[in-house]
Ligand binder design. Structure first.
Ligand SMILES: Nc1ncnc2c1ncn2[C@@H]1O[C@H](COP(=O)(O)OP(=O)(O)OP(=O)(O)O)[C@@H](O)[C@H]1O
Length: 339
């Protein structure tokens, strides 16, 4: 990979709580290149949002980043930025709505109810660019048009409550993209939408990646959405990456039992009578993180007493560019190659 836009290295995030220090993300590493979409997938509570928020330093006040964690933002033409070292609000400007923008599942949360959509878009542009108000209005209307909002000049003067759900999502994308971010973080951006609008939004995002060449971190619990949108995927469980690689390789040939479980839990459209096979058990509380491989307590193939109970398995390359958190002796292809 050429210089990645964002380089997350060994990220460990803990939270100080009344019950003690809990680990939400542990030794997570990934990179995103310009024009690349990385999907981050996993069940609720696996640490996807906390990971994403760390890129913009948006986690709550009780967050403790491990000193060995590094997040480096490489914007072409600028010096590499050590994100976790930023302390002052004004130094954070590049990562908050400048080089990085974020869109959320619930667009209402992104818009102030009593300010028009247009004024909010203009305000954001004035904050992050050198353009004047007239140009900011022009760009905002162009962006509303670009995301498929009809009569954009009229819509510019309306409030979020006057928009339908799908339109609000489009407006939020327009606002997030108007500053031309280098990296877009999309946290479950289509979960609340019906499937037709969801498909339109996904197509729109793909077009925009091609047009602007930005990188996207796309977060979802839905593997089907990942298959449609991402180039590569990282599968998270209880704060750790279990498997990562090109999306087709990971979905067609999942190597880790957790990824296999997520795929088996999906309904099969060609066999609606087939029983769904959810992953057994619930995600343990972060206060009771299993030792060794965090998934061993739910792995249906777990052999009691095996080293997975004590040791954290390394990210083993199971196929070129495709890694899984397994000891090498448990990867069938590697076993054949080495024996
Ligand atoms: N400020 C905080 N203080 C304590 N714990 C927190 C805090 N923020 C997040 N957590 C915990 O961190 C863990 C990971 O949460 P996160 O929201 O990243 O999960 P997620 O994978 O995005 O799930 P979802 O799909 O439900 O959004 C959870 O156990 C959550 O309760």
């Amino acid at each position: 990979m050429s210089t990645p836009l964002i380089d997350v290295d060994n990220l460990t995030i803990r939270f100080n709580t009344d019950e003690g220090l809990i680990t939400a993300v542990e030794n997570v590493s990934f990179q995103i290149a310009p024009g690349e979409v990385l999907g981050l997938v996993g069940e609720s509570g696996s640490g996807k949002s906390v990971t994403a928020k760390s890129l913009m330093l948006l986690n709550a006040g009780n967050t403790r980043y491990d000193p060995a964690s590094r997040i480096t933002l490489n914007v072409p033409g600028a010096d590499p930025l050590d994100v976790l070292s930023l302390k002052r609000e004004r130094d954070m400007k590049p990562v908050r709505g400048g080089a990085i923008s974020m869109i959320f599942q619930e667009p209402m949360a992104s818009f102030a109810p009593a300010i028009t959509i247009g004024d909010q878009m203009v305000e954001q542009l004035l904050l992050h660019t050198d353009m004047n108000k007239k140009r900011a209005k022009q760009i905002s209307i162009e962006m509303l048009d670009r995301v498929g909002i009809k009569e954009p000049a009229k819509r510019f003067d309306q409030y979020a409550f006057e928009f339908s759900g799908g339109m609000r999502q489009r407006a939020m994308i327009a606002m997030a993209l108007s500053t031309k971010p280098k990296l877009l973080i999309a946290d479950e951006p289509t979960t609340a939408l019906d499937v037709t609008i969801q498909a339109q939004i996904i197509e729109l995002m793909k077009d925009l990646v091609a047009e602007f060449g930005m990188g996207i971190l796309f977060i979802t619990h839905d593997l089907g959405v990942i298959a449609q949108t991402a180039d590569r995927v990282a599968v998270m469980y209880l704060g750790r990456i279990m498997e990562t690689g090109a999306v087709r390789d990971v979905i067609r040939r999942p190597a880790h039992p957790y990824t296999q479980g997520l795929i088996n839990a999906l309904p099969k459209l060609d066999d609606l009578d087939a029983p769904l096979t959810p992953i057994p058990g619930d995600i343990p509380s972060p206060l009771e993180r299993p030792t060794g491989c965090v998934f061993h307590t739910r792995n249906p193939n777990h052999v009691p007493g095996s080293r997975y109970e004590r040791e954290v398995p390394p990210m083993t390359e199971v196929a070129p560019g495709h890694f899984a958190a397994l000891f090498p002796e448990d990867v069938p292809a590697l076993k054949e190659a080495t024996s």
